[in-house]
Design a protein around this ligand. Sequence first.
Ligand SMILES: Cc1cc2nc3c(=O)[nH]c(=O)nc-3n(C[C@H](O)[C@H](O)[C@H](O)COP(=O)(O)O)c2cc1C
Length: 448
Amino acid sequence: MKKRMHLAFDYSYIHMDGRWRMPGAWPNMTYPDVAMFEEMARTAERGKFDMLFSGDGTGVPSTWQDSRDAAVRWGISWPRQDLAPLSVAMARVTKHLGFGVTYSTTFMHPYYLARLFNSLDHVTGGRIAFNVITSTRRSDFANYGYDEIPGHGERYDRMEEFIDVCRMLWDSVEPDAMLWDHATGQVGDPKKVHDVAHHGKFFKVSGPLNTPPSPQGRPLLLQAGGSGRGIRAAAYVADMAFGADMPLALQIAQRKALDAAVAALGRDPRSMGIVWQQPTVVAETEREAVAQRERLLTAIPPEGAGVYLSHNSGYDFSTLPERFTLGALHKEIVASQASPVGFVRELIVTLGADAEITRKEFFEHGMRFATGYERTVAGTAAQVADHMEHAFEATGSRGGFMLGHVVSMPGDLAAIVELLVPELQRRGRFRTEYKGTTLRDNLFDDAE
Ligand SMILES: Cc1cc2nc3c(=O)[nH]c(=O)nc-3n(C[C@H](O)[C@H](O)[C@H](O)COP(=O)(O)O)c2cc1C
């Protein structure tokens, strides 16, 4: 039997980076109208998607020119609201769809998040996932009392301890600890509620969590590390990994590195899927899909692309000289404790580390990267399904895809549900019905 894919939909950018005014986008609705999100959730559930996901950042991007003005002017990764209430609203209009929400372990406290995710798991009936991130973004860390961002490796050390603490807290109340015994009046069994007594390098937490155990016990954990250290952390932290929409050769390399990291922890690499980010536009004809993708290049002005790239790389590209080599720029980015992977590394893979490039050329590539144009697969359902099957098999046939970065909503998601999903189902690559009730049940419904 063919291996089936899992599908998520990424709604991180549907109202930002110029997409809000693309033709057909959200008629009569303005962010953050909760009706937008409810409609999206109903559509995704109609398509039998595993989950809706959003990334997050908690500040206004300000790395570009050391200022937030351009981000505010053009709506680049701004505005954003906390994702938890939106997930609750969307859960109330669906029954099976899961919800991935993002919080940073660089600033938050594990007790607060362990408790929040327990509550979200209850309210959604076991359909919540935690996208566990570290943060490289200046605008985020400045809001949490940091003058300088902690080093890249240290951020991952903190993430691992953070999740150790969360796991202990989620396990601190045993699954059968609640009695609610009307006859005796006993609510809980004290023998099944345990201390955590954690005293580590970053956190000191006594526990237990003051909540009843939740439907999934622990929320599903997602992690998207792409560097060597990040991939090791993903192996340690994640139930399901995320991977970026990189060229296939880089994805194959990440699959191999993650397999090795999972095996080094004594786990079977076959148990760890990767859900690859995949910007996608589907239409009845290739011409329509390609025309829709072209609109991405008109979504934001060049300054907006500078804001996006600087924010996501943790490096101010407005300071670039007229000419430079990509290798030298990459070294500076790494030395500034930002991530070694991302836009500049991908340019190096394409053009070479010794390539000399002008500022103008850099921003031309940057516009195609920032808008998602470069990696958007646009075509008929059959063409997109061919692409997905090829990438799925080349990366180990475990996990699936997070479609998204579409041009305009809600039409582009509806086209995915009406055209692409049936094509994948015909090919035996995607479920026709949900089997389980929790997100964990559905994401692992094909486990060996
Ligand atoms: C699917 C996906 C979602 C991500 N979501 C976020 C996010 O919401 N916020 C964030 O700061 N970083 C996000 N990232 C960045 C990753 O957490 C990670 O930092 C990046 O892949 C670089 O890897 P590294 O941290 O190992 O250097 C995401 C990456 C991917 C591929």
